[in-house]
Ligand binder design. Structure first.
Ligand SMILES: Nc1ncnc2c1ncn2[C@@H]1O[C@H](COP(=O)(O)OP(=O)(O)OP(=O)(O)O)[C@@H](O)[C@H]1O
Ligand SMILES: [Mg+2]
Length: 223
């Protein structure tokens, strides 16, 4: 019997920024459909870690495997970001300002015909509660709406792994609670694994089955 590979397997990950070692031999395993929250104060390297997992930067050392495939090694991104089966929600909603909400979502859909892509955009808008708002540009959306578009974009391509970088920063408490429910529901529906980065323990507890803390460049278990 062949074992199912971990969705994500990270070993000895090192990342230097200027003279500082930000990630220092970090290890992380995430199983299929598992949800892991990474806690850590500002500057601890949370965004640095997610960018390496997404393939946006190469590590200085170590290896990242996704679904049993080598994705990054020292100095090299071996599997391009769009080929990793990964969706990412950035620290700010980071929508492309020159594209409508629908175009932002459609950008993440690969390998479908034009009618299928349009149908997928309509479906994703509906799932995040933004029916009929596809033609709005980011500057015509509220902060909460923009976060919903960012979530729809991250999930539109059916990722097997969703990476979220403090996606709820600067939302008011009621909206934050709504968004946590929405993220929870959408993940349950698609069975993607999650790595959720935050400095807020309550968000970590709400969403994640396992919580780790980024401390001195490594992860240690919290619960
Ligand atoms: N482009 C860069 N050039 C040089 N140093 C950088 C760069 N990006 C980040 N760093 C440094 O790497 C360290 C980790 O930054 P990172 O953005 O990963 O922290 P973070 O945990 O995401 O913080 P926050 O909670 O504020 O978002 C910091 O010391 C930061 O100054
Ligand atoms: Mg950050």
């Amino acid at each position: 019997m062949t074992a199912i590979p971990d969705r994500l397997r990270v070993r000895d990950l090192v990342r230097r920024r200027d003279a500082r070692i930000v990630l220092d031999g970090l290890a992380l395993d995430v199983a299929p459909a598992e949800r892991v929250a990474v806690l850590g104060p500002s500057g601890s390297g949370k965004t640095t870690l997610l960018r390496l997992l997404a393939g946006l930067d190469a590590p200085d050392g170590g290896v990242i495997e996704i679904d049993g495939q080598v994705a990054s090694t020292a100095g090299r991104v071996r599997l391009a970001p769009h080929r990793r089966g990964v969706g990412m929600v950035f620290q700010s909603a980071a929508l492309w300002p020159h594209m409508t909400a629908a175009q932002n979502i459609g950008f993440a859909v690969h390998g479908r015909s034009a009618p299928e892509t349009r149908a997928r955009i309509v479906e994703m808008l509906a799932r995040v509660g933004l029916e009929g708002m596809g033609e709005r540009y980011p500057d015509q959306l509220s902060g909460g709406e923009a976060r919903r578009v960012a979530l729809a974009r991250a999930l539109a391509g059916d990722p097997r792994l969703l990476l979220m970088d403090e996606p709820l920063t600067s939302l008011d408490p009621a909206l934050r609670a709504d968004m946590l429910d929405l993220i929870d529901r959408m993940l349950a529906a698609c069975r993607a694994s999650l790595v959720y980065v935050t400095h807020l323990a309550d968000e970590a507890d709400r969403l994640a089955g396992r919580v780790v803390e980024l401390d001195a460049g490594r992860l240690r278990p919290v619960r």
